[in-house]
Design a protein around this ligand. Structure first.
Ligand code: AMP
Ligand code: MN
Ligand code: MN
Length: 319
């Protein structure tokens, strides 16, 4: 069982809960995640076998959760098809149905919601540990039950998980209020790059130098793009993160009017209407220009504003 690189609460919560569910049915599930569990999700109760090196060998089934495309599993994804029949369980709008079996519902708030739906027919009783994982999956993917995908069903699942023993304040504290101090040193640096275009697009940048200066890494940027989305009037928030020279990871968030999954999909990425990502090759400046060009037809830039860069802070924005 596996999920995507840079795993979020839905990726980890869904995989952990589903591994525990299959374990309760007497199946041996091995969880493979390319990346280590980010610090904010380390509190999640873990199933027995979690590995970070792609295993070799054959399995009865390979479950891939919360991945719109197979490549999101990380390098070695091309070997996965040979390991066993692939079951694709996901809720991304851009899912490309790579499984032998595809359980894909873009109407689901989260992959956690789909896993929850599978438990009853499987005859699994939700344990307290499963409940914390499922609650965290649904709660984090709905932006703490604030986004458009915070459906009645999402609330119902959270209610049921609370009845099964979850303490919402504990999850919130662990996920949102347990950052190392260094994260805020990094946030300070990143906010100094904040630039708005036509009052509707906000862009912030993260370079490898910033990670070095502040003693942080990419997992510390989780939440930054949502933060700049909070600016009044902004329709699209963009965080561009340097992976290495000439290679950038883009996180895009929308407030409803622009389909950011479609924009990211044009660069080979994907996601949801209001939350998507992609990778772009080129310098930071080239990456930003490509993104602004792609966003221009979405009506996010008024005429003639392509070059009218408005930095929110004094002085030059750092690139
Ligand atoms: P992120 O900006 O990485 O938090 O991702 C936002 C959403 O877009 C998540 O649902 C991701 O699974 C999805 N996503 C991010 N990057 C990609 C990509 N390169 N290809 C497809 N989906 C992505
Ligand atoms: Mn995810
Ligand atoms: Mn998800």
């Amino acid at each position: 069982m596996t999920s995507h690189i840079d795993p979020d609460g839905d990726a980890i919560g869904s995989v952990f809960a589903f591994a525990m569910a299959l374990g309760s049915l007497g199946k041996e599930a091995t969880v493979y995640l390319r990346d280590k569990v980010p610090y904010r999700y380390e509190f999640l109760p873990s199933p027995d076998r979690v590995i970070h090196t792609l295993p070799v060998g054959k399995y009865d089934a390979v479950f891939i959760l919360d991945c719109g495309s197979l490549f999101r599993v990380g390098s070695g994804h091309d070997r996965i098809g040979a390991m066993g029949p692939v079951v694709n369980i996901d809720h991304h709008d851009t899912n490309d149905h790579f499984g032998m079996i595809d359980i894909v519902d873009s109407g689901a708030s989260s992959t956690g919601e789909i896993i929850y739906r599978l438990l009853k027919p499987l005859g699994v009783k939700v344990s307290a540990d499963m409940a914390v994982n499922l609650y965290t999956a649904v709660f984090t993917d709905t932006g703490s039950l604030r986004y458009d995908n915070a459906s009645l069903e999402a609330f119902r699942i959270c209610e049921e998980m609370v009845k099964a023993g979850v303490k919402p304040s504990r999850v919130a504290t662990m996920v949102y209020e347990s950052h190392p101090r260094e994260r805020f040193l990094l946030l300070g640096e990143v906010l100094r790059t904040l630039t708005t275009y036509g009052d509707r697009i906000a862009v912030a940048r993260v370079t490898s130098d910033m990670f070095e200066r502040t003693g942080t890494n990419r997992e510390f940027t989780d939440g930054f793009v949502e933060f700049i989305k909070e600016i009044r009037g902004i329709e699209v928030a963009v965080l561009i993160r340097e992976i290495d020279k000439g290679n950038h990871k883009v996180s895009m968030r929308g407030k409803g009017t622009v389909d950011v999954a479609a924009v990211c999909n044009a660069f080979g990425g994907g996601g949801h209407r209001n939350a998507a990502g992609c990778r772009i090759e080129g310098t930071m400046k080239e990456t930003e220009e490509k993104l602004l060009q792609a966003l221009a037809p979405e009506g996010c830039m008024k005429d003639g504003e392509n070059s009218a860069e408005l930095s929110l802070m004094d002085g030059e924005a750092e690139t």
